[in-house]
Design a protein around this ligand. Structure first.
Ligand code: B16
Ligand code: MG
Length: 218
């Protein structure tokens, strides 16, 4: 049995920050004179901030100079930071601490693999930072998911071979990135959306410790 590593995505796996991203993007869209819906926000999950703004401008059929683009990226993030300011442990998705604690008690190294540049402060706010041996986020990568860079870097920082890593992901692009990295992909969400994942659970309450133990033993 070789050494295993477990990698968690942040938004949609550990906490539901998608609702705050949505409010901030909606505010910007409205300010620019168009609507932005929850359905459209689905396209933004797991996608980098820059790519999100490109998609938003496509939706609103807006052109932007480089200067405007940069300003809107900053404005969106300032609003997002306001929305997440008061986040606390009550916003952790169900049973995430149970799985993290089980892995830690089993001496399994744990990493975060997120597209967000705000990942570390969010983990601090919800008091989960102490579980993580490595944090790879939007500040450390040059290529966004579905490129495997974020997960390969996380494996490297954990000192674990990519094929011995397990990834929990809620986004299609994230599952693709995990598969491209040759890792075991566990989709957290809906079966028909995450069908490329090796295993799919609607959330962590559906995943027993015995399943996590099987992954460790593989
Ligand atoms: P930020 P994840 C992603 O987080 C979000 O799903 C995505 O909607 C967001 O645009 C991206 O982080 C960047 O976030 O603006 O905070 O850098 O799912 O990869 O944890
Ligand atoms: Mg996600």
């Amino acid at each position: 049995m070789s050494k295993k590593g477990f990698i968690f995505d942040l938004d949609g796996v550990i906490v539901d920050t998608a609702k705050y991203h949505f409010l901030a993007w909606k505010k910007l869209a409205n300010q620019l004179g168009f609507e932005f819906t929850k359905e459209q926000n689905e396209l933004f999950k797991g996608v980098s901030r820059k790519r999100c703004l490109e998609i938003l401008l496509d939706i609103g059929k807006k052109e932007a100079t480089q200067e405007q683009f940069d300003t809107w990226m900053i404005e969106k993030n300032v609003d997002y930071l306001e929305y997440i300011e008061n986040m606390d442990a009550s916003e952790i998705l169900p049973d995430v601490p149970r799985v993290l604690a089980f892995l830690q008690e089993s001496n399994i190294p744990i990493a975060l693999g997120s597209a967000s540049k705000n990942a570390r402060p969010i983990l601090e706010k919800v008091d989960l930072l102490h579980y993580f041996d490595a944090i790879v986020d939007g500040n450390n990568v040059t290529k966004a998911k579905p490129d495997p860079e974020v997960f390969l870097l996380a494996a490297k920082q954990l000192g674990v071979n990519p094929e011995d890593c397990v990834v929990f992901e809620d986004a299609v692009a994230g599952v693709e990135a995990a598969n491209a990295a040759n890792m075991i992909s566990i989709g957290i969400g809906e079966q028909h959306i995450l069908k490329e994942a090796n295993y799919i659970f609607s959330d962590f309450t559906e995943m027993e410790n015995s399943f996590v133990q099987e992954l460790i033993n593989r």
